[in-house]
Design a protein around this ligand. Structure first.
Ligand code: NDP
Length: 433
């Protein structure tokens, strides 16, 4: 805390991981001697830079861009870019720290990093966002490379922004280096399923959580927070698996549609037209919009927080448990507060932590890198099958570690331990670097 003042989300993420690691360190005294814990908490490199751009009226704006290259023991730094006014170093470091363990859990050769800017794309024209992306890349490009650091999208950065970032990288470097960014469009080096992968993967993981308790998703009522990339694709896959998804949200409030959300309308309103979620209720008679409402007050069997960090508190967890919720899986990064997670544990609500449950996005990014390296492109079905296998194996790994270390079924411990073990082994083998 003294070393990284004010970085509250980073402290929270570190504390949560370290809480699980006591037994691993006890079993491997070498890790203590080599100060693996201290090393893993210190980013290998952090880059902070000015991003100047001018809006459509000619007014000049200055944003702060950053990239935290956290750990490259397993492969090039890999992790998304977030454009949101709340972005600061503490947030990017928490996301980068989580990313190290998440990427390790996929068993693919990728290290951990994260980046972004405190830029607010809301209300900005396409031209303004493109100019911002170009200015951002003008500085960031010198730090990237398919063997060095490979960003992807995150909140506020989708296929459109990746296109503008990639176009600028290509122009500056005069290289069509497809593997330098993931989440690209399929016509220009992207992989099928990458766009859907985090939400789809979340549901594959959830199915495994339910199956290990002898249950399925079919016929369950589901509530999903957010209505961005992760949320919408989680809704799509949950519906394909027979769930009734009755609500989703954005930062203005939530919509409740007891008849089940109409995916085509939702995609049109949120992903194509980029409107507020209230427009869904304007267009679908069975739905109501609750401005600034708390989505976790709704009755459900399964809750999927897919919006942002610390969006689900202990009070919300109590409500969900009291209302009969049987499982919660995190689509967003760290959406549940630590005391909410404790609450789920004590109430017997199955809990899937984000670093395992939402790893499908980065796993499919690594599959995109494989396709770029071999100049190949795989079918949707093949890629989705690989994604499903990866999610099943992440669940199995977390479950096994939770049993081996005496907390059976505790996937928080399982994920932290399994992710740490892989990174720590590599760091130890690579020596004091
Ligand atoms: P998007 O920008 O596509 O969507 C974010 C959604 O969350 C929007 O609907 C946004 O609403 C909503 N939201 C943000 N803040 C709040 C809030 N305080 N209350 C309610 N809703 C809110 O981002 P993604 O879907 O890509 O990312 C969502 C989460 O998933 C993030 O935590 C991200 O780090 C994580 N994640 C994303 C991955 C990916 O592949 N994209 C991979 C792994 C994790 P509004 O439009 O009003 O701001």
């Amino acid at each position: 805390v003294r070393r990284n003042p004010g970085e509250v989300e980073f402290h929270q993420a570190v504390r949560e991981v370290l809480d699980s690691l006591g037994p691993v360190i006890a079993k491997n005294p070498d890790y203590a001697e080599q100060k693996i814990i201290q090393r893993i908490c210190e980013p290998e490199r952090q880059i902070i830079f000015r991003v100047p751009w001018s809006d459509d009226n000619g007014e000049v704006h200055i944003n702060r861009g950053m990239r935290v290259e956290f750990n490259s023991a397993l492969g090039p730094y890999k992790g998304g870019l977030r454009f949101h006014p709340s972005v600061n170093l503490g947030i990017v470091k928490f996301l980068g720290f989580e990313q190290i363990f998440k990427n390790a859990l996929t068993s693919l050769p990728i290290g951990g990093g994260k980046g972004g800017a405190d830029f607010d794309p809301k209300g900005r024209s396409d031209d303004e966002i493109m100019r911002f992306c170009q200015s951002f890349m003008l500085e960031l490009h010198r730090h990237l490379g398919e063997r060095t650091d490979v960003p992807a999208g995150d909140t506020g950065v989708g296929v459109r922004e990746i296109g503008w970032l990639f176009g600028q990288y290509k122009r500056i470097t005069n290289r069509y280096e497809s593997g330098v960014l993931t989440g690209k469009g399929v016509e220009w080096g992207g992989a099928l399923v990458r766009n859907e992968a985090t939400g789809y993967g979340l549901v594959f993981f959830l199915e495994e959580m339910l199956a290990s308790a002898g249950k399925t998703l079919d016929g369950r009522t589901v509530v999903v927070s957010g209505s961005g990339n992760v949320a919408v694709h989680a809704i799509e896959k949950a519906q394909q698996h027979g769930a009734l998804v009755v609500a989703c949200s954005d930062s203005s409030g939530f919509v409740h549609d007891p008849a089940g959300l109409q995916l085509d309308v939702l995609k049109d309103v949120k992903l194509s037209r980029r409107k507020r979620i209230s427009v869904y209720a304007d267009e679908v008679g069975s739905a109501t919009f609750v401005e600034r409402g708390n989505i976790w007050t709704l009755l459900c069997d399964v809750a999927l927080p897919c919006a942002t960090q610390n969006e689900l508190t202990r009070r919300d967890a109590e409500l969900l448990a009291r209302n009969g919720c049987i499982a919660v899986a995190e689509g967003a990064n760290m959406p549940c507060t630590p005391d909410a997670i404790q609450m789920f544990e004590s109430a017997g609500v199955a809990f899937g932590p984000g670093k395992a449950a939402n790893a499908g996005g980065v796993a499919t990014s690594a599959l995109e890198m494989q396709q770029n390296a071999s100049r190949d492109s795989w079918t949707f079905e093949h890629t989705e099958r690989r994604l499903a296998e990866i999610m099943v194996s992440i669940h199995r790994l977390c479950h096994e570690r939770s049993e081996q270390y005496g907390t059976p079924g505790n996937l928080v411990h399982g994920a932290n331990i399994a992710g740490f073990e892989r990174v720590a082994r590599a760091m130890s083998a690579l020596g004091l670097v």
